[in-house]
Every structure is written in C-alpha cells, then in structure tokens.
Design a protein around this ligand. Structure first.
Ligand code: GAP
Length: 514
C-alpha cells in the first residue's frame, strides 16, 4: 500500500511537472479540491470528451447532444429531490475539530478488514508455495473465517443504515467498531448530521428581490427539462438518447485523492428514454456497451469491475458502477442507473406541463423510463493517467518515465526533431510539421540532445517522434520512433501521414466498438 501511495504521489507531481494538472489558484496557496488543466492536460481531456461524444452521437443514430445552461430554475432541484435528499452524513471529532463523512469512515474501516483477510491469504500463499489452494484456505482457515464473518456483519449493518438513512445507526457502527479519528486518534465523536452538497448563489440584484439559484450538482437535469424540446424538434422516437458534457459542482466535504473527488468537475451524461417495462433490458445493454467503451482503450481488462449498489439513489430501481483499479484501489469512474420515470414525472408535477410520449406502435401515451450513463471526465482522466504512467528500467541500467497513453488520446501525436540546428535540417523539419499539423497535433523541438528530446516526449505520452537528419535531405526519409517499443524505422516522408494516421486516429479507436 505504501508503495502504491508513493507511485500515486509521483503521478501527481508528474502531472504538474509536465503541464497536465495544476492546483487551482496556486500562487494564493491553492483552493482545496479545485484543479486547473494545463497545456497537455486540456488536450488529453478534450480527446477523452471527443471519444465519448463521438461514441454516443456518431455511433448511435438515435442519440443526439445538447448543451444546457449551468444555472437553472431553482424549482428543478426541488423536483429532482436534490434540495431535500442530496446529502452526505457528516460527523465531527471533538478533539481534532475535523469533519468526516460517516459513510467514508465506515468504508475505510471495511477496507482495513478486507486488508486483514488479504494479508492472511498472502502469508499462507508464501508458506505453501505452489501447493497453495486459495479457495480452500479461505473456506477453512479459522482466522480468515472469523475476519470474514466480522466484515460481513459490519457491511450488512452499514448497508441497512444507509438504505434507511439511519444516522444514529451509522454513528453506532463507528462507536461499536471503535473507529478513531485519523488526526487525533480519539473516539470523541459528535452526532451524525445531514449536509446538503449543492452550492447556492444569488441571481439578480437584492434591491428588486434576488432569487437563490444552485450550481448544478449533475448535468442530467438539463437533459430532463429539455426532453420535450429535443423529442419534438428532433422528431425522436423511443428508444432514443440525449447526451451532454458539462461542469457540475458539489460541496464535497471529504475532498481527496487529487482529481478523484473535486468540488468543480465535469460530467459526460447520457439519458436514454425507453418504454416502461423495458428499462432493465436496456440497463443490461448499456452496462455492456459502456464497459466495452472503457476496455477499447486497452488500459487492461483486469482493471475494471462492476459494483452493484447496496443503497439505491432516491430515483433509481437498479444501479451499477464501473470501477477502475486506481493506485488507491478499485474506485467508481462511471455510474449506470435505471432512473425509472422519476425525474420526468417530478418535472411534470412541479411545472404543471405535460411531459409524455405518444408511442405510435403501442397507440398509447406514457412517461418514458430512463437509463442514465454518467461518467466523470476527471476520473476518466485520472484512470488513463495512472494506468499509463511507468518508470521503465532500460537495458543499460537507465530508467525512463513514459506515459503509455492510448494513442488516440495523447495530447501530442508526433514530434518532429531536427538532429542538429543547422545544415537546413530545421527548415526541412518545419516543412514536415507544416504538412502534418492540419491532421495531427504536431510539435517541433530543436533544443537539447536528441535523447533528451525523446525522453521529454515519452513523458507526455507522444506516440511518435520523427527525426530529420542529413540523409533526409538526400533521399527524403526520416526515422520514425515509436514511444512504447522505442523502435526506430526509416520511412519516406511521403508515407508519414498514413503511418501515423493508422495508429492515432480516433476513428480506429471507435471502430473497436462496432
Ligand atoms: N447524474 C447521476 C450522477 O451524477 P453520480 O454517481 O453522483 O451520478 C456520476 O456521479 C459520476 O460523476 C461519477 O461516477 C464520477 O465519475 C463523477 N463524479 C461525481 N462526483 C464527483 C466529484 N466530486 N469529483 C469528480 N468526479 C465526480
């Protein structure tokens, strides 16, 4: 675990050093849980968004996009349930004066119980070597069975308390399990209280009466309130989807793990409107399609798992997370929710406007059911960054830090490097850039020795380096160096476009989803 913490720290400082992610307002000592994306970060982020957007709107002829405003009528948040139910259970430690999410304290405690079991298994695996049968050991070892029974009992109480919104029940688990404050080390806890996560602000001048508005905590409501507009103007027939990418804001109390949990973040959400009764079929379909989208990036199939929810949100009748193996364990990157007809019905009730669909095949009116896929751009960014980062040991004893980014997502696709800064090589290199830059993000670099320039490109994940040398002037060939294998091949300048395009285009990634 400590080793993983070190790796994570290195990734965070690499992200800063190479212009991916900076702490917000850094010259004023930063603003907690808010981050800025730098020159490379914004390109990687835009490429992730483009991959998602095209997969939704180009590959499905029944999905269209919108871009709704962040400010919305405040009644929307009353109707959606966010004013009354978008809360975190908070608890304070009286000695350290620190505030925690009660559910997170218990989840961390459960993770420690899981660790205890994993340690017993690892110890036994070492002792028995090849003869070790893990399943049998887990089923028969008394210590493991005791730990497992304890863990399951805590988990069951936790799920029950969360589902029932039982704040006293959550506190009692913290007391019974003797969970201590990580700062003071004491068990001097307050009661558990609910805390609403929405940011509020005022719209209009106070003199003529201002209105309290919220910064949206999810982009989804912008889709629901535009359902009729899109359905009518786009003449959409059920089943159909509306996709949106945009900022969301949550006043997170436990903000940690870098860009994993932020107060201002970005979501890519798609609401898929279906016939009532068909929602669970579409829910399974979207679970499958979304996992395929993730796996197509080639970050490692074993790094994903589904996690079905113990506690369903107030609007859902089924929900699953797609979790990704981050350096700090499996964590939610995307949620897939069967949201029933809750949101549309609520907006119908609160606005007094009829929001129904006439199904010509069934010859009936109904309020559509909704399957939602909701993924955080920043979490996706973090999963790509973490799984791409490597400190690679090279044969001569050297190491290089390389980002094995999926080529279609890389901020820079190719760098053109004249071997020396004279003899007409810079001019030739610039001519190559001028040709490639219309199709690929292309860098020109002439400073420092060629090896150093390769390392700089490896560190930002550039898939190809093109080196222009004296031979180039004679026969119009260059060396094409591939990032991961570091292999160099001599190719004609005329073939560069095709060679690069085949490897880095978004289209070739999207084709994997067919
Ligand atoms: N519309 C449904 C919804 O918002 P959610 O599970 O609360 O569901 C969806 O959020 C996704 O948004 C999460 O899977 C995560 O990737 C991202 N997300 C949520 N809160 C976040 C935060 N504080 N910081 C970064 N990403 C967040």
């Amino acid at each position: 675990m400590a080793q993983q913490d070190d790796v994570f720290k290195k990734i965070v400082s690499h992200a800063k050093e190479y212009g991916f992610v900076f702490p917000s307002s850094e010259i004023y000592d930063g603003l907690s849980a808010v981050y800025d994306y730098g020159q490379n970060g914004v390109e990687l982020k835009n490429n992730i968004k483009r991959y998602w957007w095209d997969a939704m709107t180009l590959l499905h002829d029944n999905i269209v996009g919108i871009d709704s405003a962040i400010f919305m009528h405040p009644t929307i948040w009353k109707a959606s349930g966010h004013v009354d139910a978008f809360n975190d259970p908070l608890i304070d430690n009286r000695d350290s004066k620190k505030r925690y999410r009660a559910d997170v304290l218990i989840e961390d405690h459960l993770a420690k119980l899981d660790d205890k079991i994993a340690k017993e298994v690892a110890k036994a695996a070492k002792r028995f070597g090849d003869a070790f049968d893990e399943a049998q050991f887990r089923a028969t070892n008394t210590r493991v069975l005791e730990h497992q029974a304890h863990r399951d009992a805590v988990h069951e109480r936790f799920a029950e308390a969360m589902n029932a919104n039982d704040l006293d029940g959550l506190r009692q688990i913290i007391i019974d399990e003797e969970i201590v404050c990580p700062i003071s080390g004491t068990k001097n806890w307050t009661e558990v209280r609910q805390f609403n996560l929405m940011f509020k602000t005022e719209m209009g001048s106070t003199a003529d009466g201002s209105m309290t508005v919220y910064l949206r905590p999810e982009t989804a409501q912008g889709i629901f309130v535009n359902y009729l507009n899109v359905q009518k103007t786009g003449r959409m027939r059920i089943p159909f989807g509306i996709a949106q990418i945009g900022k969301a804001f949550r006043n997170e109390i436990v903000a940690r793990q870098f860009i994993f949990r932020m107060r201002e973040f970005e979501q890519m959400e798609m609401q898929f409107f279906v016939r009532p009764g068909e929602e669970l079929k579409w829910f399974s379909q979207w679970k499958e399609w979304r996992l395929k989208w993730h796996k197509a990036l080639g970050l490692g199939d074993d790094k994903y798992r589904y996690h079905d929810h113990d506690k369903l949100a107030h609007y859902a009748n089924a929900a699953t997370d797609i979790e990704f193996l981050m350096p700090f364990g499996f964590k939610e990157v995307e949620g897939i929710h069967s949201r029933t007809n809750f949101d549309l019905s609520q907006h119908q009730k609160f606005s007094g406007k009829k929001i129904e669909y006439f199904d010509p095949e069934l010859n009936e009116h109904y309020t559509p059911y909704v399957i939602e896929t909701s993924i955080g751009v920043d979490r996706m960014f973090l999963s790509v960054l973490c799984s791409s980062y490597e400190e690679e040991q090279l044969p001569g004893g050297d190491t290089r830090t390389v980002l094995h980014l999926p080529a279609a997502l890389a901020p820079v696709k190719c760098a053109v490097l004249p071997l020396v800064r004279k003899d007409g090589l810079p001019e030739k290199a610039r001519a190559i850039v001028d040709d490639l830059k219309f199709d690929f993000a292309t860098h020109y670099e002439e400073k420092d020795a060629i090896g150093k320039r390769y390392r700089r490109q490896d560190a930002i994940g550039t898939p190809f380096c093109i080196t222009v040398d004296h031979q180039t002037l004679e026969d119009n060939t260059v060396t094409l160096r591939e990032r991961d294998s570091m292999e160099q091949t001599r190719v004609s300048v005329d073939d560069l476009h095709k060679l690069i395009h085949d490897r880095v285009s978004l289209a070739s990634l999207l084709r994997k989803l067919r």
